[in-house]
Design a protein around this ligand. Sequence first.
Ligand code: GDP
Ligand code: MG
Length: 164
Amino acid sequence: MPVVAIVGRPNVGKSTLFNRIIGKRVAIVEDLPGVTRDRNYFEAEHGGRRFLLVDTGGFEPDTPDRLIQQVRDQAQLAIDEAQAVLLVVDGHEGPTGVDVDIASMVRRSGKPLFLAVNKIDSFKREEEGFLSEFHRFGIDRILPVSAEHGRGTEDLLDAVMTAL
Ligand code: GDP
Ligand code: MG
């Protein structure tokens, strides 16, 4: 079964998106960065295609530097086993260095990359202009979503299915 990995820095909404896609609350959603302990795998289906969805974030940070290293390690493991990668970023905060790092890791892997710009809860948020800042990542497939409200997630999945 093809594997779709959800990667990204802590607190961007990876686990919320994971739960939204599988339609169940399996992954723990936390308000504080980096406290998710689990690494979740779940079988999902979209448009008649089945795939294994992986949520990353199973680490306990001690120092900020260590946290960033752990995010990178987790992302690399997930990228290695995936057929397609969903990089989640925070569309309200805008791009960060860690986002750029993870994007380059995926690019080095040569695997299809989809950028989910999360927390775009309304059209008003879309108009705030954060989305355009992500265009400098050089990723073609940029999809605004709200994992919390389900906005844009169908389009995101339609896009990901084309890579499986
Ligand atoms: P993770 O660390 O990347 O797995 O992020 P979580 O899924 O645990 O979410 C981190 C925080 O972001 C939680 O407080 C969520 O409620 C919040 N969050 C997730 N998705 C959205 C969204 O689409 N919109 C908004 N406004 N908040 C969100
Ligand atoms: Mg999480």
